[in-house]
Structure formats: structure tokens, C-alpha cells
Design a binder for this molecule. Structure first.
Ligand code: IPM
Ligand code: MG
Length: 367
């Protein structure tokens, strides 16, 4: 059997710096755990625009469709802020999501014990926090038609459309219920059924799907209340299922609560391919961080944890994913810190590569 394949798209800003550490981790699993991947690398975002004039080349799109999983770093940066909307770096990312049909975006918000003091909330509100947000990723207002800016009676009008079919709501809901079954069996669905018809449909469909998962306790919340509850008492949640735009906002909110924005991974999953693996792309939740690019300061942990999610969700290597996550917990407990994790007491932060070094050492110790 051939090795599983990975396409690495480091992208822009700190993307290439953190991805370099992920490559060392991948190599470690090849050398020490006999888990060898065929790794190829290509361009996305501003890097692809610089080379090809588009944020994602058709050849790269075709490769992404063929591999077992895509690992993406980050896209965007001030150099690309004034580009035409159609070739902005973000369009490359959105094209990957849409054409690979990655409808279920898993965004865990976990509080690492060693970092609980970094939260903007009181420690007891967030220590032990472990939420999974499932964001619908390929529909809703991000992609709905009609859209655009046009003239009406001498005035510009901007239009975007929130549109959901019941099939789209249902397949995401199933992914969310399946995850809830493996966790604490609680699912909270968030929409605005009080003002949006798409929200009414959302609530109906999620309720219908619930019939197939009677063991899961289902609740519904308006998304604005959800945002408030996330900040008030985040530990009340286990799995949250919500639409593309609300999910974008609520997941940033949840990520910041953990105090660990540089630590959070994500997985975007689609339908099973012929080999049974889901179409998949893994990426850190943080962005391209232009303010620290090229200074060897970036925290590679979110990107490394994204690879751990790939081990778990694409390659059925849950035990190896646990090993990698435990290595990261250990170095944090031992006090390893990149600059983003430094408290007021100060100290000398580790560089991106030094953080990679201590994680590799912890992996060696795990054998
Ligand atoms: C995210 C980002 C993207 C989104 C941008 C970069 C297009 O904010 O993944 O959360 O809005 O989905
Ligand atoms: Mg976002």
C-alpha cells in the first residue's frame, strides 16, 4: 500500500515559519513511528498571487483534491490589502473549502491548564474548558447568491444572501451529533430563528436530526445569547453547531476565552473519498500575524495540533494524536513558552524552532 499523502500549503506571514516545525514533526512520525507520509508543498494566498497572479492556482486546487489531507498555514497580509476582491488571499482559502466541499469545520476551544492565566476571564470560569464548535463552512452568507455591489437609483447597494438548504443544515448537524456522541453528549445549536427564516429552518432540521441521536441532549440558542453565554459561563457548552458566519464570530470569541489563540487547531471535513477517508483540510485558527512575521517568534503549536487532528480524523491514528498532544501539554507544563505566552513576570521566550525542538524532545521521551 502506498503512503498516505499530504499537501502542505504554508501560505503567508508566519505560515511558512510554523509549517517548518510541522514538517519536522511529520518527519519524526516517519522515522520513529513508521508513519511515513508522501508530502508535497505548494502555494496559496498572497504567495500564490505573487507567483501566479491568483491566490490559488488550478494545479494546486487539483492536487488538493487528490491528496489524503491538506495542511494549511495562514493567508493574507498588508501587502495584499488593496488587491481586487476576486484575487485577495482569502479567496484562495474559500475556494479550497468550497471546491473540496469541506462542510464541517471543527474548532475546538480548549484551555490548557498551564495557560489558564492568559484568559480574559477569571481562571475558575475557564480552567478545564473543552468546547467543540462545529461551523457549517461551505454555504450561508459566505457563498449565497445574489451578491455584489450594484447601483440602485444613483446609490450603491451591497448585497449578500444567507441561504441554506435543508440538506446543508442536515449534513453538518449529523457531523455535530456524531462528535457529541463521542464527547459529553450535549449539543447546542445556535441561529437567529427570531429574525431569520434560515434560522427557523435551521432549528427545524436540527430538531429532526436529533431523532437519530436520542442520547444527545439538544438545546437551541439565539446566536447573540450564545455569544453572551460563551463569555458568561463557557463551561456550560460541549458541542456547538452553528452556521458559517455565526461560527466565524463565535469561534474567535471562544478561542480568545481560552487565552490560547496561538494554540488552537481546526479541521475542515467533507464527504468520504473512495479510500474511506474524509476530504480534509487542517489549519491553525490564528492568522498570518504580519506584525511578527520573519522574527522567529511565532508559536507553532496551533499548526502542530492541526497535524494531530489530521492524525486523528484522516489517518485513524488516535493514539499517535494523543501522543503528540500529550507532548505539547508536557512542554507547556514544564514552562516552555513562545513570546505570545509570556506573562508579566517576563523571561526569555523560545523561538519558533526552539519550541519545535522541545516538542520533538518530549516526543522522544514518550517512546
Ligand atoms: C476563519 C477566517 C476566514 C473566514 C477568512 C480568512 C476568510 O476568519 O477561518 O475564521 O472568515 O472564514
Ligand atoms: Mg474567522
Amino acid at each position: 500500500m502506498s503512503n498516505p499523502s499530504l499537501l502542505i500549503l504554508p501560505g503567508d506571514g508566519i505560515g511558512p515559519e510554523v509549517m517548518a516545525e510541522v514538517r519536522r514533526i511529520i518527519d519524526w512520525f516517519g522515522a520513529k513511528r513508521d508513519l511515513v507520509f508522501d508530502v508535497s508543498e505548494d502555494l496559496v494566498g498572497g504567495a500564490a498571487y505573487d507567483a501566479h497572479g491568483v491566490p490559488l492556482h488550478d494545479d494546486t486546487m487539483a492536487k488538493a483534491q487528490e491528496v489524503d489531507a491538506v495542511l494549511l498555514g495562514a493567508v493574507g497580509g498588508p501587502a495584499y490589502d488593496n488587491l481586487d476582491f476576486s484575487v485577495k488571499p482569502e479567496r484562495g482559502l474559500l475556494r479550497l473549502r468550497k471546491e473540496m466541499d469541506l462542510f464541517a469545520n471543527l474548532r475546538p476551544a480548549q484551555c490548557f491548564d498551564a495557560l489558564a492565566d492568559f484568559s480574559s476571564l477569571k481562571k475558575d470560569l475557564i480552567s478545564g474548558l473543552d468546547i467543540m464548535i462545529v461551523r457549517e463552512l461551505t454555504s450561508g452568507v459566505y457563498f449565497g447568491e445574489p451578491r455584489g455591489i450594484h447601483m440602485e437609483e444613483n446609490m450603491r447597494v451591497g448585497i449578500n444572501t444567507q441561504r441554506y438548504t435543508e440538506a446543508e443544515i442536515e449534513r453538518g448537524a449529523r457531523a455535530a451529533f456524531e462528535l457529541a456522541m463521542k464527547r459529553d453528549k450535549r449539543l447546542c445549536s445556535m441561529e437567529k430563528a427570531n429574525v431569520m427564516e434560515s434560522g427557523i429552518l435551521w432549528r427545524d432540521v436540527v430538531t429532526e436530526v436529533h431523532a437519530d441521536y436520542p442520547e444527545v441532549e439538544l438545546s437551541h440558542m439565539y446566536a447573540d445569547n450564545g455569544a453572551m453565554q460563551l463569555v458568561r459561563a463557557p463551561k456550560q457548552f460541549d458541542v456547538i453547531y452553528t452556521d458559517n458566519l455565526f461560527g466565524d464570530i463565535l469561534s474567535d470569541c471562544a478561542a480568545m476565552l481560552t487565552g490560547s489563540l496561538g494554540m488552537l487547531p481546526s479541521a475542515s471535513l467533507g464527504l468520504p473519498m473512495e479510500n474511506g477517508r474524509p476530504k480534509a483540510m487542517y489549519e491553525p485558527v490564528h492568522g498570518s500575524a504580519p506584525d511578527i512575521t520573519g522574527q522567529a517568534k511565532a508559536n507553532p503549536i496551533a499548526c502542530i495540533l492541526s497535524f494531530a487532528m489530521a492524525l486523528r480524523y484522516s489517518f485513524d491514528q488516535g493514539a499517535e494524536a494523543d501522543r503528540l498532544e500529550a507532548a505539547i501539554e508536557k512542554v507547556l507544563a514544564d514552562g516552555a513558552r513562545t513570546g505570545d505566552l509570556m506573562g508579566p513576570e517576563g523571561g526569555t521566550p523560545l523561538s519558533t524552532t526552539q519550541m519545535g525542538d522541545v516538542i520533538l524532545a518530549a516526543l522522544d521521551d514518550s517512546l
